[in-house]
Structure formats: C-alpha cells, structure tokens
Ligand binder design. Structure first.
Ligand code: BGC
Length: 739
C-alpha cells in the first residue's frame, strides 16, 4: 500500500518535472548512484568518436571530455614537488600566467629520508590542495622508481633504493593527494632507472628482481594507496614499450593486482597504435612534443589513439571491447575528480603549505657526520661564519626537467643562515667555485645573476683567505638541476662532485677545523675528503623553505632526524649496477645482472663498507637501544609475530630516532639478501625518555618471490629479526622459526 503511494508520488514528480521542461537527472550525473551504474550509463550515451576522443590529449597537459554530455576535460600537471606553471596549449614554453607561482616542497628523496609516514601524508595533502586550487585533476607524481645507480639523473624525484621504504611512503602521499579529489599518478611504470637512452633502452631483469625490488612500491600504490592513475614509462621491457606493455600493464597491473584506474602514457611514450589498443594503455599524452606544428591540421587527431584507432574500428579491423574498457576507466577517473561535486576547493601558495614543506625538510635533512660535536653551531659564541659555495645561493626549484617550478619564493641557504644569525653573528659569503650560472629554465627566470668573471684560482684564493678568519666555515655545494646533474633527460657522468668542489673542500679543511660541508643533491656523491671534514650534512633539494630548514638544523633549533633512503658508496664500482658492468647498457639493451642485490643488499652480500649506509643519520642527542624480543619463538604462515625494543634518549635534548627492523632468512633454497628492511618507526623522545617500539609482521615479510612457481614463498625454517639504526648499525637480534 505504502509502496503504491510512494510510486504514485514519484510518478507525479516525474510528470510535473517534464511538464515544466525538466527531465530527471541522468544516472551518470547522479552521484548518489553506484559508480559502475554511472559509468555504464555515460558509456551507453557516447558515440564511438566521443569514446576515441577521450583516449588522447587535446593539448600539452589536457585531454578532452565529452562536451555534449557535460563531462569535463581532464587536466593533468606535474608534479611531483609542486604544481608546474602553465604552458601554452601546444608548446612547452611559459604561458605567462601571473597566478601560478606555487609552493615548492622538498624533493621526494628528502621526503623518503624523513622515514615518516605522517610527513608523506602531509606532503600529499598539501600538494593535492595546490593542485586542486589550480583546477588540476591529475597530479603527475609521485615517482617510485628504485635507486639502482647513483648516476640516474632522476633519482631526486624518487624514494630511494628500498622497496619497503618506498612502498610505505608512497601510500600516504597518494591518500593525501586524492582526498582533494585530485588523482595521483604514480610513475614511471616500470624499470625506468636511467635517463640515458630513455626512449629506446630495453631492460632485461629477472622476475625475482622485478617482483622483489622494482614492483613493490607500485603494487602498494595500487592495492594500499588505491591510486587512480599510473604513468607508463619510456623504456622497454621484453622489447615492448612500457606505455603499452602486455606483461606490465595487462598481466601484472590489471591481471595480478586488479588495478581499476587509468594508465596514462608518459609524454611521447606511445609509438604503436595496435599495442596501445591492446596492451593496457588508456590515455595517450605528449606524442610529437611540438604539438600542432607537426602532423597535418591537428596533431592531436593523429595521435596513435586518435584517428588511426578510429579508422581501425571503422574498417572493422578491431572491435570496441578494448575501447569500452578504456573509456570506463576514464569515466571513473572523471567521476572521482573533475565531476566530484563534493571535493574541497583547495588552496594555493599558502603559508600553511610553506610550513608543511619546511617541516618535511626539517624531518628529512640528514646529519651524516659530526665529529667532536662541531654541530650545532652555538651562535652566542660565534662571531663570524664564512659561507662558501654556489649552492648556498643558487635557486634549486627551477630546472631539472618536468619537475621544474615557478615558485612564490625560495629562501636560499645563505639567506636562511643570515636571517637566523641576525645581527649577533657576522655572515660572510664567498662563491668558491662556479658551477651552473644559468638562472632560467623553460622560460622560468630565477632573477639571479650568477655570472662570474673571476678565475677558478681567484675564487678559491678568496674563499681560503676568508676561511682562516672564521669561527665556522660552512661549505654548501653538491649537485644542481642542470644537465648531467640531478636532472631529467640525461644521467650524471660520474659519482664525483662537479666543478672542482673536491679541491675547494680539501683546501678549506686545511685552513679551518670547524668546517661543515652541506651537500645539496638528490644523489650520492663521492667524498674523498670525508676523513678531513668534521661535519657533513645531506641537504637535498628542499624547496621554498630550504634556507630556513637548513639554518635551523645547523644552529640546532631543529635536531636532525633524517636517515638516508639510499646508500652512499665510496666509489662507483661499489654499486652493484656498476660492479657488474651494466649501466647504462649499450645498443639499447641493459641487463640488471645484479638481480635482487640492489643497494645495501649488494653491500651486505659482498661485504663492502659504504661511505654512508642506507638508513644512516645522526642526531644531536644519543640513543640507547635495549634488546629486541619476540612475542613468540615460532610462528606460522597464517600468524603474525611482534618484536619489541626499548629505545632511550640518553642525551641532553629532545630528538627523534628512526628505528629499523630488518629480517634475515638464515637458510633458504634460493639465495637471499643477508637482511631486508621490513619495518621502521620514527619515535620522538625527550631527554632521558624511553619508549617501547614494536613491529608486527606477517609471513609476507618472510617471503621471497619464487620465479619458477611465480609465487611468493615463505619457507619454513629459522629467521632473525634485526633491530638497527642503519643497515650497518645493528643493535640487537632475536631468532624465531616459521613452522
Ligand atoms: C616526464 C614525466 C612528466 C611528463 C610531463 C615526461 O617527460 O618523464 O615524468 O610527468 O613529461 O611533463
């Protein structure tokens, strides 16, 4: 009865709506309806032409929507360290907008060095808000390609050498971005571990290394982060470009991991229509980088997934099953982003975001060495500090490729130190060497004039004269964002510091015992002078608030707590990829001969002492570890085991320690790394305070990938849980058995 009344009422509403010229809202527009119903409804209303149209770009960074149905365009933007300034519709050059100066966050290596999942969430949330405010639907980042060689020009955009660390850090970043109704786009899937020959190199890697080292962070992004988009990479795997790769995209991403999102090509990464149709790509971007100038009337119509696709369908050579699958994924992406009516509005260039960037920088800066407690600098006892080095003033948010930014402001290390020192301490600056004097990239101009007429000898002489007169000398050098440094498109040429910086540092070390070297980079560098310099700080590319964060650490306002997300080898040959001879490969082929033995896994295996270990980082206080214990001696595949350890701050000031858990399989049928990171916790401790840190693992932390069985296997037997302050600073171990 009641039902009938309800039905008649609905009918009446329907009749009156149509009488007044309104029709009930289409299912796809109704966000109270389940996602799949909305997707199927929209799909059923689209013509084949409209479907093909959404599968490729319409400008450098956007793809078309369905104008007839009111489905908006999709706007993407780099990523991953801030929101890139607007470029012209068809060109890479600046569009000259005056409202697009962003906050630059620290590079992802710094985020990874914080070993702090809350920082990853804060990062994602903040950059997501910036993207949202700028009306971007897809943020092109973060990158999680594994740090295979210190020469990779793009390592600074990634999260280090360990798959577990990268997995744990990428998930909160994604969640933070996507809570803004902006899709994260995890890149570059997969095996994009070098820039040399990036469009042409075919990677050969065994399945075990693929699954254990190179894929886990992507898998975590998909399954735990529920990322909405993924970007294919330029390189080839099994002789197929990764942007349309049967094995990576169809078999693994969609088949094994159940990815529901959309695969976006890297810009210009598509080269074959049939492969793009059948091998798991959804949206093609960046083909023919000069847009309209190439091709006929409209280059975008001639993209591999544009007219050529439509023609194959019209000729009946390919069906529309794949097309419908692509469009479903793209529609879902639209409903989650551009068509989400409930998404927040975002915010841009705010003080809050600058503070977030500063906090992440403070947590990520790594104190590598601090002999005789040279640091922190006590300003009350310091009359004169001489700052030397180009990176003390060079703006680092501009350059480096697609992550280059136009910022609202960037406080240099020198200005940060000056600001913090105030009037009480005199700060004097000398250049010391000339590196890269250019002050513009892709049309973004820093406004700095770094030109220098003096010779290298004159610059060194000036630095040396000043160094003698100072209470402290702070050398701020490292790499920069120009070609063959930390930059997209080319790799570094050697592990050494460029521009004769080693010589400058050696000379300074002779003249002043209070020498602090700050290395600004996203990569490991050789330090032949390591024993002659008392204090070394790894400063990363820190973004807008670089100077504030560095100064805070140097003077001790902030107690450093970052730890290295990758190993610093003494020399290049100590890195597995170089020891075994295949970086960057030749004749378009590179083989990852080292297999699973990447980073510290290789150092452990070969008993190589690194310059600075994975997970290493000092503090201005000291920590004492208790003995680790396990809640059981035996566990089973279905069970969990918890390890507990007490950590005490034994120094005089508050500080944070990253407590690391490594697991070692004592006997296995296949060779395994000596130990692998399977847990970490950053704990903050007041002076004298003790906290208990615990890690719970299940059998996935004990497993290896058995390529023959194509499965993860945890072999019964003896294991060890190792609690450590770095991969080489082991505090205690406890044995346990897997039944
Ligand atoms: C880079 C991507 C970037 C894209 C768009 C490509 O060259 O590899 O990381 O997102 O350009 O700028």
């Amino acid at each position: 009865m009641f039902r009938n009344i309800k039905a008649s009422a609905l009918l009446l509403v329907g009749i009156s709506l149509s009488l007044f010229g309104q029709t009930p809202r289409a299912v796809y527009l109704d966000d109270t309806r389940p996602m799949n119903e909305r997707v199927e409804d929209a799909l059923s209303r689209m013509t084949v032409q409209e479907k093909v149209a959404v599968c490729h770009a319409q400008s450098k960074f956007s793809s078309t929507g369905v104008p007839r149905l009111g489905i908006p365009e999709l706007w993407t933007m780099d990523g991953p360290h801030g929101i890139r300034p607007e470029v012209f519709w068809d060109e890479w050059s600046q569009a000259g907008w005056t409202n697009d100066s962003c906050i630059a966050f620290p590079a992802l290596t710094c985020l990874a060095a914080s070993w702090d999942k809350e920082m990853a969430l804060l990062y994602g949330k903040s950059i997501g808000e910036e993207a949202r405010y700028r009306n971007k639907n897809v943020l092109l980042g973060p990158g999680v390609n594994i740090y295979r060689s210190p020469l990779n020009g793009r390592n600074f955009e990634y999260m280090g050498e360990d798959p577990f660390l990268a997995s744990k850090m990428v998930v909160p970043y994604i969640k933070g971005v996507q809570q803004n109704g902006v899709a994260a786009c995890v890149k570059h899937f997969a095996l994009n571990n070098q820039e040399t020959d990036r469009f042409g190199v075919n990677v050969t890697v065994d399945d075990r290394a693929l699954y254990e080292i190179y894929l886990p962070a992507f898998k975590a992004a998909v399954q735990e982060g529920e990322v909405w988009t993924i970007m294919g990479s330029y390189n080839l795997y099994k002789n197929q470009h990764c942007c349309h790769n049967q094995y990576l995209l169809n078999d693994i991403l969609r088949g094994e991991w159940g990815f529901k999102g959309a695969v976006i090509s890297d810009w210009g990464g598509v080269s074959n229509t049939r492969e793009a149709i059948f091998n798991g790509l959804d949206i093609e971007f960046g083909t023919w980088t000069d847009g309209l100038k190439t091709g006929t009337s409209n280059a975008y119509d001639n993209y591999y997934l544009a007219k050529p696709y439509l023609q194959l369908i019209q000729k009946g050579e390919v069906g529309t099953k794949e097309l419908d699958d692509k469009v479903r994924r793209i529609l879902r992406l639209a409903f989650l982003t551009s068509m989400d009516r409930n998404k927040p509005f975002g915010s841009f260039g705010t003080e809050e975001h600058a503070l977030a960037g500063r906090k992440i920088a403070e947590e990520g800066i790594v104190l590598l060495k601090n002999k005789n407690n040279v640091l922190p600098i006590d300003l009350s006892k310091t009359k004169r500090i001489v700052v030397i080095g180009e990176n003390a003033l060079k703006k680092m948010t501009v350059g480096g490729g697609s992550s280059s930014l136009k910022v609202k402001y960037e406080l240099s290390p020198l200005d940060g130190i000056k600001k913090r020192a105030g009037a009480q301490t005199e700060i004097v600056y000398a250049r010391g060497y000339v590196g890269d004097a250019t002050g513009s990239y892709n049309g973004v101009v820093t406004g700095q004039d770094l030109s220098e007429k003096r010779s290298a000898d004159e610059l060194l002489a000036e630095a040396c004269t000043l160094a003698k007169t100072a209470d402290y000398v702070i050398f701020i050098g490292g790499l920069n964002k120009s070609e063959n440094q930390d930059s997209e498109g080319a790799d570094r040429l050697s592990l050494s510091l460029p521009y004769h910086q080693d010589k400058v540092i050696e000379e300074l070390a002779k003249l002043n015992k209070n020498l602090v070297v700050v290395n600004i980079s996203g990569n490991a560098v050789a330090m032949p002078w390591v024993n002659k310099v008392p204090a070394i700080v790894q400063g990363w590319f820190l973004g807008t608030e670089a100077g504030t964060a560095l100064a805070e650490v140097l003077v001790g306002d902030v107690n450093p707590s970052g730890k290295l997300p990758f190993s610093f080898p003494v020399k290049l040959e100590d890195n597995a990829a170089h020891a075994l001879g295949e970086f960057p490969g030749k004749d378009h082929q590179v083989t990852y001969n080292e297999g699973i033995f990447v980073g510290y896994r290789w150092h452990d295996k070969q008993n190589i002492k690194p310059l600075f270990s994975f997970g290493h980082g000092l503090s201005y206080t000291t920590f004492e570890y208790g003995k680790v214990s396990a809640d059981k001696k035996e566990t089973s595949a279905a069970d969990k085991v918890t390890f507990t350890v007490d950590v005490k701050n034994t120094g005089k000031r508050e500080g944070s320690e990253v407590v690391q858990l490594y697991i070692s399989d004592l006997k296995s049928s296949l060779p395994r790394p000596l130990k692998e990171l399977k847990g970490f916790e950053k704990v903050s401790l007041k002076a004298g305070e003790t906290k208990t840190v615990s890690f719970t693992i299940d059998s996935s932390a004990l497993s290896f990938f058995d390529a023959d069985k194509h499965a993860w296997v945890a072999e019964p037997g003896d294991f060890e849980a190792i609690v450590a302050a770095s991969s080489t600073d082991i505090k205690s171990k406890v044995g346990f058995k897997l039944k």
